[in-house]
Design a binder for this molecule. Sequence first.
Ligand SMILES: NC(=O)C1=CN([C@@H]2O[C@H](COP(=O)(O)OP(=O)(O)OC[C@H]3O[C@@H](n4cnc5c(N)ncnc54)[C@H](OP(=O)(O)O)[C@@H]3O)[C@@H](O)[C@H]2O)C=CC1
Ligand SMILES: O=C1O[C@H](COP(=O)(O)O)[C@@H](O)[C@H](O)[C@H]1O
Length: 530
Amino acid sequence: MLSSEKINMEALEAIQNGAASKPIFSKDSCVVFTVLGASGDLAKKKIFPSLCNLFEKKILPPTCQIIGCARSSMTTQQLADKSNPFMKAKNKDVLTEFWKRVSYVSCGAYDKAEGFITLSDKIEEFEKSHGGEKRFRLFYLALPPAVFIPVCTQLKNNCWIQSRSKSLEKFTSDRYTAECRVIVEKPFGKDLESSNQLSQAITALFNEQEIYRIDHYLGKEMVLNLMILRFGNELFRSVWNRERIACVVITFKEPFGTYGRGGYFDTNGIIRDVMQNHLLQILCLVAMERPVSVHASDIRDEKVKVLKFIRPLDLDDVVLGQYTGNPDGQTEDSKLGYRDDPGVPNDSKTATYACAKLNIDNDRWAGVPFFIKCGKAMNERKAEIRIQFKDTPSDIFGSKCKRNELVIRVQPDEAVYCKMNVKSPGMSFEAEESELNLTYHERFQDMDLPDAYERLILDFILGTQTNFVRTDELAEAWRIFTPLLHKLDAGAKTPVEYPYGSRGVASADDFIRDSGFKFSGTYKWTAAKK
Ligand SMILES: NC(=O)C1=CN([C@@H]2O[C@H](COP(=O)(O)OP(=O)(O)OC[C@H]3O[C@@H](n4cnc5c(N)ncnc54)[C@H](OP(=O)(O)O)[C@@H]3O)[C@@H](O)[C@H]2O)C=CC1
Ligand SMILES: O=C1O[C@H](COP(=O)(O)O)[C@@H](O)[C@H](O)[C@H]1O
């Protein structure tokens, strides 16, 4: 083994122990990681760069071989040339060593066995040359949903160790143990029915331990942080409920539109694109009960329980928006409205902004509205969780006390800050709002936060399912949104227009205010900072 390839077993073990799974990798483990759809956008922008980062940090298992696989015929060098512009590693030697681990296989048509037999033979070739006792065949499906099932079927028939009797005999007689797993990307269906059909087709092929549905928000530092913030701080235990919390607002905003992706976006809309998955996952982590342990099944059980307490949404529970071009916009993109995209029908009612109110009818949360807001073409890039506490009873300071807020800034500039009332410094005895401020780049100056994909790919390699979406969890998420989505698909509500680069639909502020949110903001600070 090259010294640069020596694995940091200590770091890997710490990660595995932290994930509370029994350490599964030893120096004997033979891991083959196959990226299906290797010629595509996701592979070049996220998957290969993440694998390369893990390699550079020496936490990719020592024998991990990577296979890129797609229909196109290309060389490994061509694959490298496509991905290298997106690599974080700028050191040429690292890139060279990384690409030595990768080979490319063309599988031809995704629904024909031949290519997958070739792929399996290639994997077996690595396994034989390695000869370790534990074998892991890992597959990342960076593919469009239309080919999920054919590809999963071909994988199961041709590449899953148990399904090839020749391999099984060999593995049994040689006393090898073997595990196969697959990552599937969203969209996981369009509604409850289509998602259930997809889940049934996948669970007919693989068992739950083999299926990893990725929601990359679950790999973000501050989303992962929620568990420790909530359950590692006694400070929060007694206030995290309807006695003390007035409402919760979870926000996602992007400062760019959907131009060029209009065709895809118009059949989905912002609710399917962001709200039903990323924001609902965050909501689960904010609202769930304390799990018995940090094991995947305990955490996912709690997430499912909280989802079961949420009523399905109706038209009155949402404010919808669609962006229009801003003639004063600074960029060409910002001058174009959603419907200016040739891929979008002129009369499209697809929402590019949505604000929804969810109610969780359990003992902890009954009566506390959870607002989830998301939008494209807005004034800033931001994802945050804002927990607003109730008013201070009988404010003896001349009604100067503002509501406390705990804000968890997911991105950009990760931070946790708590808006508090303090004595205005100096001679006066007035209450003034300030913040307890934990800004990550100030507090953790040497931090190097991994990309969400990097972290989740490592979890996948390690066999930790905590941060992946379980089948029943997915079904519950669709149960909440499907009645609303069906009405919207039938054109039951017309989104309100908002200009590109704005905060979205103004009536959404009234909507959340009327349901209990009090804005007393120092918002100008954010605006001034821009
Ligand atoms: N540590 C750190 O990194 C940070 C520290 N801070 C500190 O905390 C202080 C408070 O910051 P912050 O809580 O973000 O600021 P505010 O309470 O002023 O604003 C919070 C958010 O409320 C939303 N908002 C604006 N107008 C309205 C309205 N009319 N009705 C409802 N919502 C509205 C905006 O978000 P939206 O458009 O999404 O609805 C805005 O970003 C800042 O002054 C700063 O000193 C702030 C940010 C980061
Ligand atoms: O899944 C999606 O997420 C991205 C936003 O991800 P981020 O990590 O950059 O915040 C969003 O742009 C895209 O529309 C959606 O499909």
